[in-house]
Structures are given as C-alpha cells and as structure tokens.
Design a binder for this molecule. Structure first.
Ligand code: ACO
Length: 400
C-alpha cells in the first residue's frame, strides 16, 4: 500500500480563490495563447476568419483568397491573388514515388490513413523539410495545400482502376479538384459549391486537430510531423470523421418516414449520438451548417433522387434535434451534418469526406503553427495525480 497525495501537494491543480481542485477535462475553455486568426462566437452563431465573417467569405471569396487571408492576415489585391493562385497551381503535381506509394497502400484502409501516410512521405521528399523559417513554413504550406487534393483524386481513381487525370493549371483550386476526380470540368454551380466547402472548412480556432498540430510544432519538431498529427486527430468520429458518420446515419435511417422511429430507438434511449450534432463551442446553430444546408437544399432540387432523399432525412432529423436536443442541452446540428450531402451531390464517395475536410483545414493548421511558433513555448499541461505514491517495491518472485 502507498499513500494518496493531498491536493496541497499538487498546487498547480488548486484554484487560488476557491482553494478547490480544478480539472479542465477536455481542456474545456482553457485559453492557451492569444491569436488573430479566428474568432468563434458560439452564443450568437458567428464565425470570423481574420475579422471577416464566414457569410461574407462564403458569398464573395474563393478558397485561394481565404488561404492568402489566413496566411498573411490581409485580403489580397487582384494582382497579389493572381500571383498567389499561380503559385498554388504550380505546386499541384505529386512526385512519381508518391503515386507509386498510393498504388501500394492497401485499398481497405480508411482514406484518412492513406492521407496520413502520403503526407508523411511527401515530407520525406521535400528538400525544405527542416526549414523552420517563416518563409520555409509558408512554402511547405502552399505545397501541401496544393498537393492534397491531387492525392485524394488519385487515390479515388486508382481505386476505380481509371487513368489518372493530371491537374489542369487553367482551373481554380476547387474546380481542378472536381476535374481530377471525375475527368471532366464541373458545371459552375458544382465548382462554386466545392469552393465554398473548402472555405467553410478552412479554419476553426483551437479545435482538437489544430491543438495537436500546435503541440507537435511547439516541441520544434517539423512541419510535416505537425500536419500528420493533425490528420490523425481529425480522423476521429467526434471530430472531422463526423461528416462520414453523419452520412452513414442517414443511410441507416433510410427514408424520411423512418426518422422519428430511429430517433426514438437510438437517441432517446441514449444508444447513439446524432452524428453531426453538438459542439464544444457552439451552443447555437453552427453558421457553417446554415450555408452548407442551403447548398444541400439547392442540390436536392437540382439533382433529385438520392440527394433529395438525404436532404429530406436530414431535414426531418434536424427538426427533432432543434426542438428536443437544442432546447434541453444546446445541441444543434454542426458543419459535419450537412457537408456530406453537398459532397454526395458532387459525386464524391462518402469515405472521402473527412479527407476533404483535411484538404481544406491544412491552411488553418498551418496558420496556427506559424502563429504559435513565432513566440514559441513548449506546450506542457499537468494532471491531477489520483493514484498512490511511496508504494513498497516487491521483488518479482515474491509477488502474488
Ligand atoms: N447527440 C446526442 N447527445 C449529445 C450529442 C449528440 N450529437 N452531443 C452531445 N450530447 C450530449 C451528451 O450525451 C451529454 O449529455 P449528458 O450531459 O446528459 O451526459 C451532453 O450532450 C454534453 O456532451 P459532451 O460529450 O460532454 O460534450 P462535448 O463538448 O464534450 O462534446 C462533441 C462535443 C464531441 C462534438 C459531441 O457533441 C459529439 O459527440 N457530437 C457528435 C459527433 C460530431 O458531430 N462531431 C463533430 C463536431 S464538429 C467538428 O469537429 C468539425
């Protein structure tokens, strides 16, 4: 037997005013730094990137412009944007070795695992991988943001046994992605929907994946390790993979008529959570969900068929969430609830949805890495020790 520690022996856990032990489980509401990148007002459904509202950016901007804004803290002039998107276009190709790697990765792994491996390998091949200067980090950021859509599209086409479609430098980031996926240029509405999806997913303050990236970068590890770690964090169903799980949930429900029965059997009994609902920060409707929802509605009207069925199921389930879970626990539908229906309408297979989130979010992760390491301090929290100390060490042969 050992002895338990008293709280006084762990003063870092004690609140000085109340004298009580404080544990911020899940690091909830703990500010780890100052930032000028993103502000979420979770009580009034507001989101700003560098001070600009998500509604304005989604209505008027392009993903390239948002990437520039997040990196340089200003909206580009037309000239600056032309040069910047030209740079992004030049970086889209991936080395032959990476294409070979994509052919070797087992097809039954989750696409996020493919992305984790491929990004890590891209890092191995990057001659500037150890350059931690701001310029070097920006170069790697652009390189990676430009290449990830190519990785996803190639992975998709390798799986279908179809010829790869090389990036087309005449096309913008989002339009080029759909072109590489499907082998034909998308219509204007689809290209814009894809572009807006990249904008909506570009950044979201100190969430689990951004935190992971920053923790890794704070040890002065390398850029690619930080991004690979962030991909790993995003892959969980409580975070980015929720957009895949939301679609699987709509499939399980099957039809709008089955929504109430499914909700009673699964949510009211506490067996399951609504995937794509709830958020650590938003206690009202996620403003990104509102924009995705409108695109999902328009696709349902334009495409009909399964896109319409998904929309109707989602709409009906959302009514229950908003009248029941939102009333009692402030749980509203979030960005991952609606994005999948938009991706489905764009002809993208469900298992790729989290990789699209990662493709968009790489800029957010990178902006946080850059901001944090500019005034770096290693991230090292503490735990409250609830075990015993001073236990008697018993030699192995005497243990029962
Ligand atoms: N459906 C049903 N009930 C829920 C849901 C949900 N989606 N989310 C939370 N709750 C309930 C919990 O059961 C808990 O109830 P209780 O107090 O009666 O025990 C209460 O709401 C609080 O839940 P926590 O898990 O403590 O909330 P937390 O802030 O830790 O978790 C999270 C947030 C992980 C997003 C959670 O809401 C969840 O699991 N959602 C489903 C997955 C999802 O959509 N993730 C995407 C988030 S957005 C993003 O990462 C891009």
């Amino acid at each position: 037997m050992g002895r338990k520690l008293s709280p006084e022996e762990q003063p870092w856990c004690i609140d000085k005013t109340t004298g009580k032990v404080v544990i911020n489980k899940g690091v909830e509401n703990v500010c780890i730094d100052k930032s000028t990148i993103c502000f979420i007002d979770g009580f009034h459904s507001k989101l700003y990137y560098r001070g600009y509202s998500i509604e304005d950016l989604a209505a008027h901007s392009t993903y390239e412009e948002v990437v520039y804004l997040l990196l340089y803290d200003k909206l580009p002039t037309r000239r600056e944007l032309t040069d910047f998107s030209g740079w992004m276009r030049e970086e889209r190709d991936i080395p032959r070795e990476v294409v070979d790697l994509l052919c070797k990765i087992p097809r039954d792994v989750e696409p996020m695992e493919m992305l984790r491996t491929a990004v890590s390998f891209l890092g191995n091949l990057d001659p500037g991988r150890y350059d931690m200067s701001r310029e070097g980090m920006v170069r790697k950021t652009i390189r990676l943001i430009a290449k990830i859509p190519t990785l996803i599209a190639y992975w998709h086409r390798i799986g279908l046994n179809r010829e790869l479609v090389c990036p087309d430098p005449r096309l913008g980031h989002a339009e080029n992605f759909l072109y590489m996926m499907h082998g034909e240029r998308p219509d204007g509405f689809s290209a814009r929907a894809m572009d807006v999806s990249f904008i909506l997913y570009a950044e979201h303050e100190m969430n689990a994946s951004a935190f992971t990236a920053v923790v890794i970068a704070s040890t002065l590890s390398d850029y690619y390790s930080a991004i690979v770690g962030a991909i790993g964090a995003l892959r969980g169903p409580l975070h980015g993979y929720a957009n895949v799980e939301a679609m699987r949930q709509f499939d399980e429900i099957g039809s709008p008529e089955n929504v109430e029965k499914w909700y009673k059997e699964n949510i009211l009994t506490g067996k399951k959570r609504v995937m794509g609902a709830g958020h650590r920060v938003y206690k009202t409707y996620d403003p990104r969900a509102k924009i995705f929802r409108e695109y999902a509605k328009q696709f349902a009207e334009r495409r009909g068929g399964k896109a319409k069925t998904y929309y109707e199921i989602a709409n009906k389930l959302e009514e229950l969430v908003m009248t029941q879970l939102c009333e009692t626990k402030n749980i509203c539908t979030n960005v991952d609830y609606w994005s999948g229906i938009v991706y489905y309408s764009l002809g993208i297979p469900v298992d790729l949805y989290c990789t699209l989130f990662a493709a968009a979010r790489t800029i957010g992760w990178s902006a946080h890495i850059l901001e944090y390491i500019a005034e770096n301090r290693i991230i090292r929290p503490r735990l409250y020790y609830d075990g015993e100390v001073d236990k008697e060490y018993i030699p192995i042969d005497k243990r029962t």
